[in-house]
Write a protein that binds this ligand. Structure first.
Ligand SMILES: Nc1ncnc2c1ncn2[C@@H]1O[C@H](COP(=O)(O)OP(=O)(O)OP(=O)(O)O)[C@@H](O)[C@H]1O
Ligand SMILES: [Mg+2]
Length: 448
């Protein structure tokens, strides 16, 4: 850019200065011509021209109408008496003689020339030709060009140093961060040290935040694997214990064998249930990608669930009822997972309600949501446990859960399924009074 700008500037200067010089030369030639128009005698010319204050080194040639030189200010190479043919003079001597000025370069030197007709009685009687060396003008331009070159070089060096320094200042922290990430051991997550508040600092903070989240996920995954192994190991250990004692007992009586085998059977059932539920959870994780939502009548689903649960409730002597709004409630749902979610919650209510209690299931909606609530008059959940009941394998009372066959996965599965439908679950519970679980699903009457 500097180079283009400089050459443009120098070119403009050339045109401007030489044009100016040409006008000056033309003006001088005009002055001489008008002086000589008073008297065009050789004597007058030879006397008058040297008196005029002309620029040094300017050469004045006066010719008559035939281009014969009458006067030449250069005595050494005088053309006096000779015919001087020059295009500017020819133009000046034409019928309607015109002033003409020109500049050109010849043999490495610049010249500025002008020719003006000498008019006497409205007729050209000769012409004044003035030529001046343009070297001094060129010197000025050369000087400016050299200064521009030095300035340009200086700017290039300064800008070069400045931009290299700036670039390294900006890229060094990024390089440092990249190096840190690349060198991080494959089996551990480490945080980077944040030293600045600029964009790189922000990037480092975001990176550390990501590390935190990854670590949290990793912790959850570890806890899940360890909980799952523990949950699977317990029934297996019991089966092992029971079978060992059977083997070691000599001539066990049939009643004893039956009792042991029935216990072992229970544990196998429990194992199967845990594995089924774990599979259910992992399926739910992968389902997110290819879920099939079908418009389904929620009332039909509610009836189906209640039909399954009613025998369980009546077996425990629990008053079990279903209230539904009269309108149709059609929702796009993934049927299996949503049925499982509602079933798990209602099953809990029956499971955690003492004999003679009450469980009420309700289906309702407002303008933007569909609500499925399950209220019971059961044992309730302690306040500090309410947050945890949706965690995988969490049970308020492990010993009791063992009796009831609980795996602690039911609500985790329910929450996952409801989340897949864009909803959430609300819990209100008071110990020894009862609990109310409400599934809230988004509902858009226009769309559905
Ligand atoms: N309606 C309820 N009343 C009282 N406690 C409840 C109720 N629902 C859930 N809980 C508590 O929350 C815990 C977690 O429930 P969740 O359904 O996940 O597991 P679970 O019922 O123990 O086992 P699973 O459902 O797999 O058979 C239960 O163990 C229980 O302590
Ligand atoms: Mg449950």
């Amino acid at each position: 850019m500097l180079f283009v700008l400089s050459s443009f500037l120098v070119n403009t200067l050339y045109t401007y200065l030489f044009d100016q010089k040409r006008v000056e030369v033309l003006t001088s030639a005009n002055i001489i011509a008008s002086t000589l128009s008073e008297s065009f005698s050789e004597e007058y010319i030879t006397k008058k021209i040297p008196q005029m204050s002309l620029e040094q080194n300017s050469r004045v040639i006066v010719v008559d109408t035939k281009s014969t030189v009458i006067y030449d200010s250069y005595l050494l190479t005088s053309l006096k008496g000779k015919t001087f043919i020059n295009s500017s003079i020819t133009t000046a001597l034409m019928k309607n003689g015109k002033d003409s000025g020109n500049y050109y370069k010849e043999d490495g030197s610049w010249y500025i020339e002008a020719a003006v007709p000498i008019i006497k009685n409205s007729k050209p009687v000769g012409a004044v030709f003035l030529v001046l060396s343009g070297d001094s003008t060129e010197q000025v331009i050369t000087h400016i060009r050299n200064s521009l070159l030095v300035l340009g070089l200086f700017i290039i060096i300064v800008v070069g140093i400045f931009s290299t320094t700036m670039a390294s200042l900006v890229t060094r922290p990024v390089e440092k961060l990249t190096k840190f990430i690349n060198n991080m051991p494959k089996d551990s997550l480490q945080k980077v040290e944040v030293t600045t508040k600029d964009e790189v600092g922000q990037l480092a903070l975001a990176f550390n935040d990501l590390i935190d989240r990854l670590a949290e996920l990793e912790d959850k995954r570890r806890a899940f694997v360890s909980d799952a192994s523990h949950e699977l190991k317990t029934p297996l250990s019991i089966i092992k214990l029971l079978s060992d004692s059977l083997i070691q007992t000599e001539n066990p009586d049939p009643e004893f064998i039956k009792e042991f085998l029935s216990d072992m059977n229970n544990e196998v059932e429990r194992l199967t249930r845990i594995i089924e539920r774990l599979l259910n959870l992992t399926q739910m994780d992968s389902k997110q990608l290819n879920m099939q939502f079908v418009h389904t009548d929620m009332k039909e689903i509610m009836n189906e669930i209640c039909k399954k649960l009613a025998p369980l409730a009546s077996k425990k002597g629990i008053l079990f009822s279903l209230n539904m709004i009269e309108d149709e409630v059609i929702l796009p749902i993934e049927r299996d997972s949503l049925v499982e979610a509602i079933y798990n919650i209602a099953d809990n209510s029956i499971k955690y309600t003492e004999e003679g209690g009450e469980v009420v299931i309700e289906l309702s909606r407002d303008l933007g949501n569909v609500f499925v609530s399950v209220a019971d008059s059961g044992i309730g959940i302690p306040k500090d446990s309410v947050q945890k009941i949706f965690d995988r394998f969490y049970r308020v009372d492990k010993a009791r859960a063992r009796e009831t066959g609980g795996t602690g996965l039911g609500l985790a599965i329910a929450l996952d399924a409801v989340k897949l439908h864009g909803g959430y679950i609300e819990v209100n519970s008071e110990e020894c009074v009862g609990s109310k679980f409400t599934i809230v699903l988004p509902y858009d009457e226009m769309k559905n």
